[in-house]
Design a protein around this ligand. Sequence first.
Ligand code: ADP
Ligand code: MG
Length: 408
Amino acid sequence: MNKFTVRDIDFNGARALVRVDFNVPIKNGKITDDTRIRATLPTIKNLLESRARVILMSHLGKAKGSPDPQFSLKPAAERLGELLPGVTVKFAPDCIGDEVKKMVDSLNAGEILLLENLRFHKGEEGNDPEFAKKLAAWGDIYVNDAFGTAHRAHASTEGVTKFLSPAIAGFLMEKEIAIIGKALSNPERPFYALIGGAKVSSKIEVLENLLKIVDKLIIGGGMAFTFLKAQGVAVGKSLVEDDKLEVAKEILKKAKELKKEIVLPTDAVIAAEMKEESPEKIVDINSIPADMAGYDIGPKSIEHFMSVLKDAKTIIWNGPMGVFEVNKFAKGTFDVAKLLAGMKATTIVGGGDSVAAVEKAGVADKMTHVSTGGGASLEFMEGKILPGVAALTERSSCGSCSCSGSCH
Ligand code: ADP
Ligand code: MG
């Protein structure tokens, strides 16, 4: 990794201004899932051990640029206090202003102050330099541990770094950029991508970029039907984006030129409707009746995908293989999840629904890396530079190869 991290700094009383992702689900003032808060604990504990004065900032929910009590971060401050017994966790009623200044000034080393929702101010999403400058005033060193918002150039993820340096990575951020970054720049081969999900349209850039990097591309899920139709297969009522048939043809042609195999399903689980009650049938991919649709990959496809994946050293998986939310169409996704979980290869899962699927399959902890950033991990796989990552302070060079740091 070619970015500085919390490991590199001895804080010793310095103020760490930390962008975290405390965007947790809250119902009736109670947090229903605190995974994101717990995921940041290693970074926070490291800062406390390093005697930092820790100032945390985050967004929550869809606050629209003005205070909105239903999106207050107060419950997150309370939860953090419970997770860190013996540590003082204070909560500021705003993220800028005189009151916050007083609280920051009176904070001691080893104490935490969580600021109120950044998105109570328009300057956050607008990346307003004046707002970013006000945030920057709270810290001596900036830490970003919120990979999930790294694809957005907001005041707290990008703007702030223009006024405060060094800007360093927390452990969560470090893990995301190190593991996904290495797969994209210097993977152990064979390297295969398994791409699924609903639509080709949302994954065109992911497919195009990964095709350049991987050795084989396996396509399942709803999007496979656009590729199958592009090859002349009759896919019945299966999800097809007719306006993306040309794109699919282009990708298939490109793969041929690059001599890279694109592996598509050979059979499907079909039904008249995407419902548990709708009777299902397994058919060869060429035998989908006109009035039915494919909602999962069939057993032959699962076998085939598994045999292709067997010698992989690196696998990136994005997009479920079928409609896993409906039990009878979940087998393809869950079988693939279990296969990956049992492999020695580096296994990386990214994408909101894909992560939900591996969690539902009970194998998330068996993967090398399950990305915490849905949109951010997709943009990373598209080969885009994430503004929140680019803004972090570079080590001059990793020195040992030409990887610009991603191999470490
Ligand atoms: P991710 O969030 O992991 O990037 P997507 O959002 O692209 O994944 O796709 C997830 C959705 O794709 C799921 O809701 C799933 O039901 C849907 N899906 C998968 N296979 C099919 C299919 N054959 N037909 C219709 N929808 C599908
Ligand atoms: Mg999704």
